[in-house]
Write a protein that binds this ligand. Structure first.
Ligand code: NAP
Ligand code: HSE
Length: 440
């Protein structure tokens, strides 16, 4: 029986995770699709690097990327190296050479997805990307197929394992930011440039990809409001806890009278909600459909085997149609979930018009009138205060003061914060209606 032959670009965390699963579940996979999967070629940068997983003697390691697109034996090219230009060129060439492609590269899809989908449509080949969003969680297929008949009203999630790991370790173990980030890197969760994880860009890439599937429109990455977690301090985590919240990096998108409101920001989540309980490298996505209602998916958002599992799911989806008489000719992959049609640009609700409750932390001089002055400034900008707390510290010149507002307009909040104010931290406070409560 002929095997399906894979050409891998990259044999790092994701590539070796895939190879490990192929080794472990080989018989099971053969039972599923009636043939073997074989890694024929793996392209890497450094041939001398020790590899944690050995895919076997039949796999050739090379630095020559052209092998993946010129070898007629390779059926599916699997891009798990990351980056933009080289990955784009590889995927384009592979599709034009008549090969199906599976990729984990959300950065590339967010920036140049529409171009690549157009090339895939012309070549009639699959461009699959389950692993690009939320690691092992099958959210791409859920939006593309399982919820295809629903109009998605809103989507809210934790989409970055590294950021969630850092916040969890800071919250539960009092670990400092740098140590937690270094651990996340050691565990293979972080991007090659971890700035993408901690500044919210990786979450934003995933949100762009998922918004296309959920709303059928393209929300350009450069118009998405993005705030990462580097401004979150242990003090904020402590205050959040005192108010009954956990700090999480959230991605959200919703349809507001036909316009899309979306963004990435740290948020205080009531500790009784499921999203607040998502710890470590886990991700979770809550989708609300107009027919199905709320659906929540939870699982490991980063790491070798969870991500390898998502890559493998795509490979199997393609492989089961391949090299069978009559089947491959009839197979027309639906890469975008909209019959491969070009997606219109989203009608965007200006981020400054979005409404949310807010958490504010100030460092102020502990003297009469300070609280009143801040409260007046907030009132002047139509920001209504729901809760306030001040800590005293005899030994310090500045003391922290925290306010939680009622729902306010983002523009009023921005206008209220002048560069000269002593405000040191500001996060959205997600409204209660956006979350599940933990059922008992
Ligand atoms: P990684 O561990 O750094 O591995 C990257 C692999 O690609 C390495 O084998 C590297 O070769 C190879 N490579 C990089 N640039 C290359 C080039 N120009 N030519 C040839 N080979 C090259 O990265 P990763 O964590 O597996 O991530 C890979 C992709 O999956 C990225 O797009 C990432 O965003 C995405 N992703 C990662 C995770 C995760 O949990 N890590 C989850 C979901 C999606 P050497 O080994 O020789 O250096
Ligand atoms: N760096 C990413 C994360 C990998 O931490 O979530 C998974 O996409």
């Amino acid at each position: 029986m002929e095997s399906v032959k894979l050409g891998l670009a990259g044999f790092g965390t994701v590539g070796s995770g895939l190879a490990a699963i192929l080794e472990e579940n080989g018989d099971w996979i053969e039972r599923r699709i009636g043939r073997k999967l074989e890694i024929r070629t793996a392209v890497v940068r450094d041939l001398n690097k020790a590899r944690a997983v050995n895919p076997g003697p039949d796999t050739e390691f090379t630095t020559d990327m052209t092998r993946l697109t010129t070898d007629p034996e390779i059926d599916i090219v699997v891009e798990c190296m990351g980056g933009l230009e080289t990955a784009y060129d590889l995927i384009r060439t592979a599709l034009e050479a008549g090969k199906h492609v599976v990729t984990a590269n959300k950065h590339l899809l967010a920036e140049r997805g529409p171009e690549l989908f157009s090339i895939a449509r012309k070549s009639g080949k699959g461009l699959y990307y389950e692993a690009s969003c939320a690691g092992g969680i099958p959210i791409v297929e859920t939006l593309k197929s399982s919820l295809a008949g629903d109009r998605v009203l809103e989507m809210l999630g934790i989409l970055n394992g590294t950021a969630n790991y850092i916040l969890s370790e800071m919250t539960t173990k009092g670990m400092d930011f740098g140590t937690a980030l270094a651990l996340a890197q050691d565990l293979g969760y972080a991007e090659a440039d971890p700035t993408f994880d901690i500044e919210g860009f990786d979450t934003a890439h995933k949100l762009c990809v998922l918004s296309r599937l959920a709303f059928g429109v393209d929300y350009p990455l450069d118009r998405l409001p993005i705030q990462g977690i580097t401004s979150v301090t242990p003090l904020d985590i402590q205050f959040a806890r005192e108010f009954g919240y956990r700090v999480k990096l959230l991605a959200h998108a919703r349809s507001v009278e036909g316009r899309i409101e979306a963004g990435v920001h740290p948020a205080l989540v009531p500790y009784t909600y499921l999203l607040a309980r998502v710890g470590g490298n886990y991700n979770a996505v809550r989708v609300v459909g107009n027919a199905v209602g709320p659906v929540m998916l939870h699982g490991q958002g980063a790491g070798d085997k969870p991500t390898g599992s998502a890559v493998l799911a795509d490979i199997l989806d393609i492989a089961k149609h391949m090299n069978r008489p009559g089947c491959e000719e009839a197979y027309r992959p639906d890469n975008t979930g909209f019959g491969n049609a070009d997606l219109p640009e989203a009608d965007i609700l200006p981020p400054e018009e979005a409404r949310s409750k807010y958490y504010f932390r100030f460092t102020v001089a502990d003297r009469p009138g300070v609280m009143a002055a801040i409260a007046k400034s907030m009132a002047d900008h139509s920001i209504s205060i729901a809760q306030a707390v001040q800590k005293t510290d005899e030994d310090s010149e500045g003391v922290p003061v925290v306010f939680i507002s009622h729902e306010s307009r983002a523009k009023d909040v921005t206008d209220c914060i002048e560069p000269s104010t002593p405000w040191t931290s500001r996060f959205c406070l997600a409204s209660a209606s956006e979350f599940f409560k933990v059922s008992t």
